[in-house]
Design a protein around this ligand. Sequence first.
Ligand SMILES: Nc1ncnc2c1ncn2[C@@H]1O[C@H](COP(=O)(O)OP(=O)(O)OP(=O)(O)O)[C@@H](O)[C@H]1O
Length: 236
Amino acid sequence: MAILEITGLHKHYGTHRALDGVELSVREGEVYGLIGPNGAGKTTLMKTILGLQRPTAGTIGLFGQPHHRRLLADVGALIETPGLWPQLDAVAHLRVHAKLRGVPVSVAEEVLDQVRLRDVRSRRVAQYSLGMRWRLGIAIALLARPRLIVLDEPTNGLDPVGIRDMRGLIRTLAETGATVMISSHQLSEIGHVCDRVGVLVAGQTRYEGELAGLAVDGDLESGFFRIVEAAGSGVR
Ligand SMILES: Nc1ncnc2c1ncn2[C@@H]1O[C@H](COP(=O)(O)OP(=O)(O)OP(=O)(O)O)[C@@H](O)[C@H]1O
């Protein structure tokens, strides 16, 4: 079943078409990679799914129903950098957010384990690495036990070890039954963790399917670049 179904989605800023007729479908239980160069429209698309941007035209179906604010209670998200308080530790962050969402504090302990922050749970966030901050941001998004988790470029700025850890965490999330949608401008960073990918270039879906289907002569990156180049420079 499609948990997220996007049809003919447009978002225009004046004459600029950030989204120009996006079509995509995310299936329940999969890790879906939204890949595209800088300026392709990935963040705009995610913000529109989350109700943070109003579409110019098109439809978004969520959990088999037309998009509605109340359905977003089942969506966890991390867009751009997580908003954290440097002087508080991970536990304090999770307790505050648990209270705000009416979630039992015991869930805070569970998500700490899930993102593997237990060892540094009492350390102030000011002392966290970027990877730890991302993981705490994801833990906050997980508090409400969402069916769909939307993560915008969570490997941005991470070193190779951080990227590997993030891939592991994403797979773990999917194994617990959640559906994960994740974006990146680098196929190499998240491609292999995804069950299927959508390639967005200049606000349009240029490919959707299994990662292997992107390959040209067995090479995924060449296939990706070919799609980007065929759509014009794709970089804006
Ligand atoms: N609020 C806005 N007003 C005007 N133009 C915008 C606005 N937000 C985004 N854009 C433009 O829309 C296009 C898509 O931007 P978006 O941030 O969605 O791309 P992206 O794929 O997430 O890029 P990146 O990988 O660099 O984060 C870009 O050309 C951007 O400049």
